[in-house]
Each structure stands twice: as C-alpha cells, then as structure tokens.
Write a protein that binds this ligand. Structure first.
Ligand code: CDT
Length: 303
C-alpha cells in the first residue's frame, strides 16, 4: 500500500471587497487544519485568491488586471509556501496568471502544485474555457472566461512527486473525458482540481437543477474510467449574489466518493488514499496496453 492523506479545502464565497491577504489568511487556516489532521497534500479551489470575476463585464484591461497575479509566489502568497514547508504539506492553488511570454502578455486561469518543501513542482493552465467572450446584458451574470483568459498552452502533464504521480486540471476541464485520459496515459494516480460552478448560468433550469449531479458524475466517471484518484475542491455558496455549488470531494479509482463536504462554506475534508488502488484497475479493466483500441479513436484528436 502507498497511502497518502489528502485534504480538499473548500472555500465559501469570496466577496469583491476581500483582499488577497484576507483570502490567504483563510487558506492558511485550512492548511493548518489539514496538516493537523494528518494531510500531506491540500487542494484549494480554482481562482482561490479573488472573487469569481468572470461573472462581470469589464471594458478595460486595467479593470480586470487587478484580479491577476504577476508572480507566484508574490508578496501576499509567499506565506503559503513558507507555511507549507514548515508543516511539511504540499498544495494545489488556483489563481489568475498574468504571464509575460515571448508572444507578449497573456492571461491564464492557472494552478500550481507545490511540494511539501514549499517548492513549485508543476504549473497547469486551464485548457477548456467555458462561457463566452461577448457582453450579454440580458444575463444576470456573465461567464466571461473566454474573454479574460487564453486557453492553456501547457497540456496535461503529470508530475512524480511526494510519493505519487499527480496531475492537475481546473473546473470545466473535469467535464471532458480527454482531460483524465491524457493524464491516465501518463500514469497519473491522483488528479487535483479546483472549481467555481455557478448553478444558474445556462439559461436552462432543467440543466441547472442537475448541477450537483453532474459535478459528481463527471468526477466519479473520470476517476473510474481512468483508474485514478480525483480530488475536487469548490469555491461555493452565494458569492456576490451568484449561487455556486459545493460538494468538494475525494473520489477513489473505484469511482466511489470517499469524502465530501457538507457545507457551502470554508470546510476541510480529509481522506487516506492508497495510490496502489490505481494499479488494481489498470491491471484489469483498464489495462490500457492490452485493451485500448486507439486505431478507432482518430476523430478525438482531429481538428
Ligand atoms: N469555472 C468554470 O469553469 N465553471 C464552469 C461553469 C460553466 S457555466 C458557463 C463549470 O464547468 O463548472
């Protein structure tokens, strides 16, 4: 057995008026709780340092840039890295990234994986951006991820660290089977992900009513069909008038939910996860080398 105790540190709403320091204080408190309950890794939500700003239309770049980090760690976030090293706990943190690249300034919806020594071992930039890029004044809330972010350019890497193979994705990525499968083909054992899922955004009440079901369905199917643990962490509750689902959960490679949050506020859930459980499924039903038939999968990667 290769057990690792893992925590999902769910956040309740972040008000527009909350500062980075306010958010970091909440994250630190949950990191300490996770460590005190034996966790060696804690997963924080998507965009964990600000309110979910894509719900609003901002005309000028400068208005939206206030929600972005120019460096990681930066002055307000460094304490998370130092505390992680002190406590000997790794973490996943989602944030908005303003990146200076060879092709100019780019904005990404990003997560980093930090090891139990406080060092960044991996960075992931959200690939599947939901919503729209145009202003839709008829909507109570926008979902402007397609305006404020560019699609991630780093693919779905898997990192060997802290005794296992870890991958990352962000929110809407969890609904796409390819997300998990690409990482599974790279021997992932635990997929870490944060999310912000408003449950009144589609304009179709019959879909919105199934938000919690679809949240579970996507992560449980992703875990089972790819023989991997999945740790999904929400930012949730009513944030600036927008209701968002909770249900932060830890899912086993069997597809079973082994821990789930029961509130819509700051809450830490912990589970002891045996990474060797992945092997049972990868050596039987999902022995990729023996049972996959990629000759028939061409349309999946066709443009
Ligand atoms: N943050 C994020 O990706 N949220 C989406 C909501 C989509 S509604 C347009 C999600 O898939 O949960």
């Amino acid at each position: 057995a290769r057990p690792i105790v893992v925590a999902a540190a769910q956040m309740g709403p972040i008000a527009l008026s909350e500062t980075r320091a306010d958010c970091v204080a909440r994250l630190l408190e949950m990191m300490r709780e996770a460590a005190s309950r034996g966790a060696k890794l804690v997963v924080f939500p998507e965009l964990a340092l600000t309110t979910f700003f894509p719900r609003w239309w901002f005309e000028a770049d400068q208005e939206v840039d206030v929600f972005f980090e120019r460096e990681m760690p930066g002055p307000e976030t460094r304490i998370l890295f130092e505390t992680a090293a002190e406590l000997g706990i790794g973490f996943y943190l989602g944030y908005a990234e303003l990146a200076h690249t060879d092709a100019g300034l780019k904005r990404f919806n990003t997560a980093v994986l930090v090891n139990d020594k406080g060092a960044i071992v991996g960075k992931y930039r959200k690939v599947h951006l939901p919503g729209h890029a145009d202003h839709r004044p008829e909507r109570a809330f926008q979902h402007l991820e397609k305006r404020y972010f560019q699609p991630g350019d780093l693919g779905f890497p898997v990192w060997e660290t802290m005794g296992g193979n870890f991958g990352m994705c962000i929110c809407n990525d969890r609904r796409w089977p390819e997300t998990y499968r690409v990482m599974a083909l790279r021997s992932v054992e635990m997929v870490l992900l944060g999310y912000n899922t408003p449950n009144d955004h589609t304009g179709h009440p019959e879909i919105d009513g199934l938000s919690n079901f679809h949240n579970q369905l996507a992560m449980q199917a992703g875990a089972y069909q790819n023989a991997t643990w999945v740790v999904g962490t929400a930012k949730c509750g009513i944030e600036e008038g927008s209701p968002m689902i909770g249900q932060s959960m830890i899912v086993a490679p069997s597809g079973e939910v082994v821990a789930m949050a029961s509130t819509l506020g700051d809450e830490v859930v912990v589970a002891r996860c045996d990474l060797d459980l992945c092997r049972i499924y990868r050596e039987t039903f999902f022995n990729f080398a023996v049972h996959r038939e990629p000759a028939h999968y061409g349309p999946i990667t066709a443009q």
